[in-house]
Each structure stands twice: as structure tokens, then as C-alpha cells.
Design a protein around this ligand. Structure first.
Ligand code: DAT
Ligand code: MG
Length: 138
């Protein structure tokens, strides 16, 4: 069964939106296979966001992800990678469609990094890589 790595980022945890995110995943029909709250460390985040190293928002992104606890989730289901990306909505929360997590719950705060509540893996390869970073025990 296909699996994806979802993160509720520090903005989502601070704003008490963990339940809303989990509820949308479950109501869509995906299964929560694993879930944990954690404080990520820098080396884990640098590995997770390796594709963005060198971009202007990379350092603000890592700092933001270190700013508070996150919730890491493995969700499971046929086409869950694509399905969760649709539930999450576009990267920019200002233009993310209403009805999506980012479109409903976030907006551009004018910060160096976009704060958009959730992360979702974008391919099977990314999902496998990211799940092994956040859930080495799985
Ligand atoms: P996504 O999370 O939609 O897969 P991404 O992988 O391109 O987007 O980028 C990772 C995160 O970095 C994204 O959720 C928000 C932030 N980000 C991306 N592009 C940005 C930009 N041009 N300016 C500021 N922050 C950005
Ligand atoms: Mg991405």
C-alpha cells in the first residue's frame, strides 16, 4: 500500500490545528499508520529539505521548522501521495484553493519562508526517503 510522510509544521501545532489536519486525512479515507509529536533537530531537517539547500528560503525554512514541536504522520492508502498534496493545496497559502488545508487555514505572513501548516511528500521516492528520516523504526 502506498504511504506518504506528512508533517504538521510548528505553525499548525501552535495554532492547535493538529486535529483538523488529522481529521481531513481520515475523512478523506486514508489510514494513519504512524504519528508522533517531536522536536526536530537541524541535521534531520537538513536531510529532509536537502533538495532546497542553497535556495534563499532554505535557512529561514530550517529555523522555522526548529521553532517548535512538529507532528510527523505516515498516512497510507491507494494514491495517498497525490491525494494528500491535493488536500494540502498549493505551496503559497494566499493562492491555495479554499477547501484545502493551506487555502482554509493559512495566509502569507510576510516572513522569509512561507508558513503553510503542512508538508506532504511529492513522489514515491521522496516518501520512502522522508519516512525513513522521521520513522527509522518503521
Ligand atoms: P511544498 O511544501 O509545497 O512541497 P516546496 O517543497 O517547494 O513546497 O518548499 C518547501 C517549503 O519551503 C514550502 O512548503 C514553503 C517554503 N517555500 C517554498 N518556496 C518558497 C519561496 N519561494 N519563498 C519562501 N518560502 C518558500
Ligand atoms: Mg516539497
Amino acid at each position: 500500500m502506498e504511504r506518504t510522510l506528512i508533517l504538521v509544521k510548528p505553525d499548525g501545532v501552535k495554532r492547535n490545528l493538529v486535529g483538523d489536519v488529522v481529521s481531513r486525512i481520515e475523512k478523506k479515507g486514508y489510514t494513519i499508520a504512524a504519528l508522533k509529536m517531536m522536536n526536530a533537530d537541524r541535521s534531520l531537517l537538513v536531510r529532509h529539505y536537502a533538495e532546497h539547500e542553497g535556495k534563499p528560503f532554505f535557512e529561514p525554512l530550517v529555523e522555522f521548522m526548529l521553532s517548535g514541536p512538529i507532528v510527523a504522520i505516515v498516512a497510507e492508502g491507494n494514491r495517498v501521495i497525490e491525494g494528500f498534496r491535493k488536500l494540502a493545496g498549493a505551496t503559497d497559502p494566499t493562492t491555495a484553493e479554499p477547501g484545502t488545508i493551506r487555502g482554509d487555514l493559512a495566509r502569507d505572513q510576510g516572513t522569509k519562508v512561507v508558513q503553510n501548516i503542512v508538508h506532504g511528500s511529492d513522489s514515491v521516492e521522496s516518501a520512502d526517503r522522508e519516512i525513513s528520516i522521521f520513522f527509522p523504526e518503521l
